[in-house]
Write a protein that binds this ligand. Structure first.
Ligand code: SF4
Length: 703
């Protein structure tokens, strides 16, 4: 196999991992990989990288990744095969399933790490080539509740409607269920600078995380009760006369209903639900309301709940009542997690959406996109199942599945069940860089290129569209995801419309997104190569406007009006409700899950990096000394954590940084310590987000 062609120049590009999309420089080195170095000109991270970014080159090494297609042989083993044989086998099986069961028996499962071009091409492939409605992606598990709540309130979802650089210039930030010290460490400087500038940081988290340790105030509610916490704060805002009446009157609708809902949540009642005391609530309200500008930023804590949309909605209500949203240095934002978590949800791999963040059910949107695609709008399928529902239908309604850039065996809720559904498929094809736990189950595995070996765009958590440049050529035997879709489309009778050149795909994406909520039509590769990213929406100048000035992009949204029909932000009249699974005699403890700094998502890449593995070699169960004493558990003892869905075993890590009624497990590992064996797939009715962040478990020492 090839070790890659040397590229003499250092290439400025971006990290393959999280949504910060840190800038970095890559220089080709012996062994087919690159040397990662600081790139100080990119404003988001100003040269800083976390351990994952610094070691990202390790997964490029030929020994760490797949370099040949694999097909399932007669004796059940995965064996190397040529590309034609592998693609032929996938096309043949997809055709067979479609002929026997219909197009909706074909499923497609994408990923929030795919570039905009790949996400776009995958959605088009599902709807135009396969004709299936059954496409969704793992971003549904990431931020879909924030997206639903943001759309409901503001008429538009862009993770952060302002750039990160606004954080140090505001007066107070409430970080809800977010731990950037571990998930995106270079972003922590924004919060440090906030405090250096005299601002205050409030962290809402059941655990005293590394981020919470830096806060002026840490509120540690019982998992699944932060909706009540936000309502309690709003109650106090009203009771203490802190509502921005003029703003509410001029810029919002629905206040009376939201106000009534909040007033039903007395602080003492909220204290009983959340465990956060009334004085703590009052202090949080005082800190949040005192400055002229303030923000609420949410992440997976409030979002990954069966009431995630309403939980985020409650925090948005707090922002609206205090006149924060749509004002300078203020507002609500979501810290998206995956590398292209933002762009990945805008271009058509989501079950209910078309490119440009258009609704699949909107006749005008269907007409526009169908015209770009050269198909009849009536031929486009309607919305399909959400991610967990799609996975749950494998082997029954869905018989064949194509997975691109996702590892649901580790990352899906109720993972043992999902693994069983994947095993029950008639046919499974997986495109990935490494032999992930999901790829191990496949009938055909296609080895694809990765970040440093391909050019493409991503959109970071600020809505900043970026160019990730190719720095080295990939090893022989590896092809791009766009080549895969091109090869499969041709074999399935669609010869045109699936180019392998990412710039050509982006040019089509620009046209497909034109006029939509996420309008990229004024952005092109040349511009991205010149500028350090462009914020969408960025419409193209009018076609006849010779000499028209290019649109500058939109770093800050909603300053004049919200994206609703009447320009007003909408309050949501939300009320607290229990989690789908509350503790009882059989399962008396709460489980919450999350990440550690040295691993990323399902760990498929980072578990293959020696330095990261040494820092975070395996799962653990974090528990309070009081709970440990009750169980008779000592540090390092193997603990069995049992939920209604299964059992996971991992060593005890005893700390006062967690509530005594709660245990925490990180979710990056497969096997015996797989946290997602335990998690609850109860879905949020609006976003279809599973309730990863809270379920009831029993904990015992596994002797
Ligand atoms: Fe990469 Fe995220 Fe780490 Fe930055 S913070 S280096 S984008 S993993």
């Amino acid at each position: 196999q090839s070790t890659g062609t040397r590229n003499p120049a250092t290439t400025p590009t971006h990290c393959p991992y999280c949504a910060l999309q840190c800038g970095m420089n890559l220089t080709p080195v012996e062994g087919g990989t690159v040397e990662v170095s600081d790139r100080a000109d990119f404003p988001v991270n100003r040269g800083a990288l976390c351990g994952k970014g610094r070691t990202a080159a390790a997964v490029l090494a030929p020994g760490a990744r797949l370099t040949s297609p694999l097909v399932r042989s007669g004796d059940g083993a995965l064996v190397p095969a040529g590309w034609d044989e592998a693609l032929d086998r996938i096309a043949r099986n997809l055709e067979r399933t479609r002929a026997r069961y219909g197009a909706d028996a074909l499923g497609v499962f994408g990923g929030g790490g795919l570039t905009n071009e790949k996400a776009y091409a995958l959605g088009k492939f599902a709807r135009v080539v396969l004709g299936t409605s059954q496409i969704d992606y793992n971003g549904r598990f990431c931020m879909s509740s924030a997206a639903a709540a943001g759309t409901r309130a503001f008429g538009l979802d862009r993770g952060l409607p302002f750039p990160l650089e606004d954080i140090p210039r505001t007066g107070c930030v409430i970080l809800v269920g977010s731990n950037p010290a571990e998930t995106m460490p270079p972003s922590l400087r924004y919060f440090t600078e906030l405090r250096e500038n005299g601002g205050t940081l409030i962290v809402v988290d059941p655990r005293r995380t590394k981020t919470a340790e830096q806060a002026d105030l840490h509120l540690a509610p019982r998992p699944g009760t932060d909706l009540a916490l936000a309502l309690g704060m709003l109650h106090l805002v009203v009771a203490e006369g802190r509502v921005d009446e003029a703003y509410v009157e001029e810029r919002t609708s629905g206040w009376e209903e939201a106000r009534a809902a909040a007033m039903a949540h007395w602080p003492e009642h909220v204290e009983r639900i959340t465990g956060v005391s009334v004085p703590e609530l009052r202090e949080a309200v005082r800190l949040f309301c005192a400055p002229e500008a303030a923000m609420v930023l949410t992440a997976r804590g409030p979002e990954q709940q069966a009431k995630g949309t309403d939980t985020v909605g409650a925090w948005i209500n707090l922002c609206l009542a205090t006149g924060r949203a749509g004002r300078p240095r203020s507002g609500y934002g979501c810290l998206t997690g995956q590398g292209n978590g933002q762009g990945g949800r805008e271009h058509g791999q989501k079950a209910d959406q078309l490119p440009g963040y258009r609704k699949l059910t909107d006749p005008a949107a269907r007409r526009h996109v169908a015209e770009v695609w050269g198909v009849d709008p009536d031929s486009l399928p309607g919305p399909g199942r959400s991610a967990y529902e799609l996975l749950d239908a494998l082997g029954t309604d869905i018989r064949s599945l194509l997975v691109m850039g996702s590892n649901p065996v580790v990352s899906a809720p109720r993972a043992a069940h999902v693994e069983g559904r994947l095993r029950s498929l008639d046919f499974l094809a997986v495109c990935d860089v490494v032999l992930s736990e999901t790829a191990e189950l496949a009938d055909v595995v296609l080895p694809v290129t990765q970040w440093a070996e391909e050019t493409g765009t991503t959109t970071n958590l600020e809505g900043r569209v970026l160019l990730r440049r190719r720095a080295i050529t990939p090893p022989e035997g590896v092809r791009g995801d766009l080549d895969v879709l091109h090869g499969l489309a041709g074999r399935l009778g669609v010869e045109k419309g699936f180019p392998v050149d990412p710039e050509e795909v982006f040019e089509e994406l620009r046209r497909a997104s034109a006029g939509g909520p996420a309008d990229y039509s004024g952005i092109d590769y040349r511009r991205l190569a010149r500028e350090n990213g462009v914020f969408w929406p960025c419409p193209a100048p009018p076609a006849d406007g010779t000499g028209a000035t290019p649109h500058p992009g939109t770093p800050r949204l909603f300053l004049d009006r919200f994206a609703t029909d009447d320009g007003r932000a909408r309050f949501a009249p939300v009320a607290h409700r229990p989690s789908a699974e509350e503790p009882d005699d059989a399962y008396p403890v709460l489980l919450t899950t999350g990440r550690v700094v040295a691993q990323y998502q399902s760990g498929a890449q980072t578990r293959r990096v020696a330095e990261l593995n040494a820092a975070a070699p395996g799962p653990f169960v974090e528990l309070h000394p009081r709970l440990a004493a009750r169980l008779g558990a000592a540090e390092g003892d193997p603990l069995a954590v049992v939920s209604r869905r299964g059992r996971a075993v991992a060593p005890a890590r005893i700390t006062t940084a967690i509530r005594p009624d709660t245990v925490f497990m990180p979710f990056h590992w497969p096997g015996e310590g797989r946290a997602n064996t335990l998690t609850n797939p109860a879905l949020d009715p609006a976003s279809r987000m599973p309730e990863f962040k809270v379920c009831a478990v029993r904990v015992e020492v596994a002797r």
